[in-house]
Design a binder for this molecule. Structure first.
Ligand code: 6GU
Length: 252
């Protein structure tokens, strides 16, 4: 058994992570000894009776700023527990998160997720960051949900976690196409039939039907994903078949 990967979040709302650690595949990854996960209360690193983690911005303006000292102490504490783990600051100004970044991060021995709140963190605490990440162009009330999104995408890629070894790899965005359509029993539901090829037992025919529907769905729903794709021979021949079919219809 290889040693587990360690995931930690630094937050003023550590309880937000309770459901994340205790549910589904992340729970199984922890139970199976593949990973450890914890959320650490930023307030534990704050000074004084009131354990204040935020303060008014210099220069005025509305909103509050996260004080640098608790962030620095919290990060240093987690780094001493998890040597070598990258410090990832969650902020809407960060680099856009993607499947390819998830694949890179799944090779690290763990991650320290720093979750900002309020209007942001004191700039001087950001120097500790190895990476700043955003999960998209919209503003959340804090980095916690974003940190869970990133950890979720990374943890499912850790060898052994998914069970079916290659099942994470095979899926849509890693291959650059939208996933093919899935069906399970019953064979007819409210008059809608499962495509016959899936019941045929012909695995070559099933694979090529899946590739064709995957390509079709991508072409219709996310044509941008096909723009820079280097198509396989089989994909190219599917596109040429469509092209002939469309030309035939247009010539009618
Ligand atoms: Cl990482 N944080 C916040 N507060 N909002 C976001 C985000 C992060 N990513 C997208 N929106």
């Amino acid at each position: 058994m290889p040693s587990p990967f360690h995931y930690a979040a630094l937050s003023i709302f550590p309880e937000m992570f309770d459901g994340f650690w205790s549910t589904g595949m992340v729970r199984r990854a922890i139970m199976g000894g593949f990973i450890t996960g914890k959320a650490v209360d930023l307030r534990a690193f704050a000074e004084g009776v009131h354990k204040v983690t935020d303060d008014k911005p210099y220069g005025g303006g509305c909103g509050m700023v996260m004080k640098p000292e608790p962030l620095m102490k919290g990060i240093a504490h987690l780094q001493s527990e998890m040597p070598g783990a990258p410090v990832i600051v969650m902020t809407p100004q960060g680099q856009p998160f993607s499947q390819s970044l998830a694949e890179d991060l799944a090779r690290e021995k763990g991650m320290i997720m720093v979750c900002g709140r309020y209007e942001g963190m004191d700039e001087r605490a950001c120097i500790k960051a190895d990476m700043e990440l955003s999960i998209g162009d919209y503003v959340l009330t804090g980095g916690e949900l974003a940190a869970m999104v990133v950890m979720d995408a990374v943890i499912r890629l850790i060898p052994g976690v998914l069970g079916g070894e290659d099942s994470a790899e095979k899926e849509s965005f890693s291959e650059g196409l939208i996933e093919y359509a899935h069906y399970t029993r019953p064979p007819v539901y409210e008059g809608m039939e499962v495509p016959a090829v899936l019941l045929s037992g012909n695995h070559r025919a099933i694979d090529s039907w899946r590739l064709e529907t995957s390509l079709k769905r991508t072409f219709l729903k996310r044509p941008d994903l096909l723009e820079d794709r280097s198509f396989s021979r089989e994909e190219r021949s599917i596109l040429q078949k469509w092209s002939r079919e469309i030309a035939r219809l247009a010539d009618n």
